[in-house]
Structures are given as C-alpha cells and as structure tokens.
Design a protein around this ligand. Structure first.
Ligand code: BG6
Length: 297
C-alpha cells in the first residue's frame, strides 16, 4: 500500500518502528524495543498489544473486535476524548467521544538511548470534529515502549475560549481469571456506581469483581495494582495528571449483549482506566495544555 510505504519512508526506524497492514487492513505501527514490543493502530491512536520481554501480553484484545474505520476497537487502550461515556445532552454523539474513531497522524518516531522506542501521534480539530464538538484543539499521544508501557496524552486548547473536556486511557488488562483477582490502591475513595443508579459510595479495602462492575472513582490520583494469582502476576498502573480511575468488567449478560466481545471473554479482562471524568473533567484556558500520563507494567 502506498500509504504504508510512505509512512515507512518518513517514520520507519530500522529494527524498531515498522508500519504495516494490521487487522481489517487498518494501518498499525509495530514497535520493537530492546525490552518489549507493541502494536499501535493509527485508527484511534489505539495500542492493541504490549508485551515486556519474557512476560505474557499485558493487554486484552477481544477476538470479536471489529477493525473498521467507523467503529472502535474492542480491547487494548481506546482513547476516550473529549467526553467520557455518552455526551451530555446529545444521544446521537458517539459514546466516549470521537478520538477513538478517527485516524491519528504520526508526528515522530525515535529509538531512545535506553533501548526503548517512542511513537508520537497527533489529532487536530477539523470540520469532522467541530460538527460534534465546537472547540479547536490539538491532541498528542506519546507511546513509549520498553520494559514498561508509558502513555502520555496531551491536549492543547487552540481556540480563543476556555473549554472543558473529559478523557480516558480506557485500558483493558489481560487477567487469567477475574474471579480471583483483586485491585488495590482505591480503598477509601468515593465512586459513582454506574450499575446501581450512579449512587455515590466509598470503596472499602481491595476491589474484587463479583458481578457487572462499572465504577468511576473520583479524586483518585494514586497508583493501582491488579493482583492476578491465576497468571501469578501483578500489574501496576502509575499515573499523573489524572484524578479519575474507572474500573469496568461487563460480566456475563453484558458480555453476551456486546456484538464485538466474546461471550466467554469477560473472566479474562478488567479495565482500569486512567481518566479525568465527571467532576474531574478538565478546564483548559486558551493556549493551555493538559497532560495525563500512565505507566503500566
Ligand atoms: C466503561 C464505561 O469505561 O466503558 C462503561 O464506564 C462502558 O459504562 C464501557 O460500558 C465500554 O464502553 P464501550 O462504548 O466501549 O462499549
């Protein structure tokens, strides 16, 4: 494909960054660092795979995922922006915003001195985005692949008025068995329980998943750890510039209701999302930039 040849000429790094046709012929970057590897689709700036050398894949990707220009990818790390969940007052707008439905552009690729590999993708406001959200912005996603996976989402207000936005790195982690896993780091934090009428509750101790779970933890700035005895591993999510953590597992019935998610896949994933949503939505002055970062290992 001419587009792929051109991308490799401009942004390919021998042995480290190769652009190729991925699922559904969507273009992805295959990143190979000295200590890990990843796949990043231009569609949605979507990381679908990361693996540190000698370990299993970190991310869950549904075997039923669609790979189409007009649909989000199910699994990996969808980017939710500029709103999280349904857009307030507009049921026709795409859930979780338009960023995961648009093609992002490569801006920079680099092999770093420590053997890790960096890819920067960008998205700017356009006619298409302004028809859904009036504000002018530019967004950048920095992906750094090494022994850890590091994502930084930068949003700049390029308009002349302040705006408010929500965002999430909607990360689907791969777990051996969600029924025996637990998530630490959110004890004492207030959350909206979206499976119980969005009631406000307080987390007590570790989170265990015993049914459909959809929780928006607010003013949650600390790191979280997923303990997964089934895979005998521990996943850590450290973050900055993020005041919301979302925890989601669809469980049995919702999994069956989702066309792009296997009926039996729910025990093997949990979303722990680095976000700014609901009361933690970000207000951005003209010319200002907000940065949200997550380091996953
Ligand atoms: C979670 C939301 O972050 O994403 C859930 O809290 C939602 O309410 C889930 O169901 C999946 O969303 P989608 O649009 O990718 O099916």
């Amino acid at each position: 494909m001419a587009e792929i040849d051109d991308l490799n000429k401009r942004f390919g790094v021998p042995g480290a960054v190769v652009f190729e046709a991925g699922n559904g012929n969507l273009v992805r970057a295959a990143l190979t660092a000295s200590q890990g590897s990843a796949h990043v689709y231009l569609h949605g700036a979507h990381v679908t795979h990361f693996q540190a050398n000698g370990q299993g894949p970190l991310l869950f990707l549904s075997s039923e995922s669609l790979f189409q220009f007009d649909k989000p990818i199910r699994g990996g790390i969808p980017i939710c922006f500029p709103w999280f969940g349904p857009k307030s007052g507009d049921t026709s707008a795409p859930v979780h915003g338009f960023a995961r439905l648009l093609q992002w552009n490569p801006l920079e690729t680099k092999r770093l001195g420590d053997g890790s590999v960096k890819l920067v993708l960008g998205l700017q406001s356009s006619e298409a985005t302004r028809s859904k959200w009036v504000h002018d912005f530019s967004a950048q996603l920095n992906v750094t692949v090494g022994a850890k996976l590091e994502l930084t989402l930068r949003v700049t207000n390029t308009s002349s008025q302040a705006f408010t936005f929500e965002e999430a790195l909607h990360t689907y982690f791969s777990v051996g068995d969600i029924k025996t896993a637990r998530i630490d780091g959110l004890s004492g934090v207030r959350y909206l329980d979206k499976v119980d009428g969005a009631k406000e509750k307080t987390q007590s101790g570790a989170i265990t998943i015993e049914g459909e779970t959809d929780r928006v933890y607010m003013d949650a700035t600390s790191a979280t750890t997923i303990h997964d005895p089934s895979f005998t591993r521990k996943i850590t999510v450290e973050k900055s510039g993020s005041s919301t953590t979302v925890v989601w597992n669809p469980w049995i019935n919702k999994a069956k209701a989702m066309a792009d998610f296997g009926d039996e896949e729910w025990p093997h994933m949990v979303c722990v999302e680095t976000a700014n949503a609901a009361k933690n939505a970000v207000q951005l002055a003209p010319g200002a930039t907000h940065e949200m970062r997550a380091v996953m290992s």
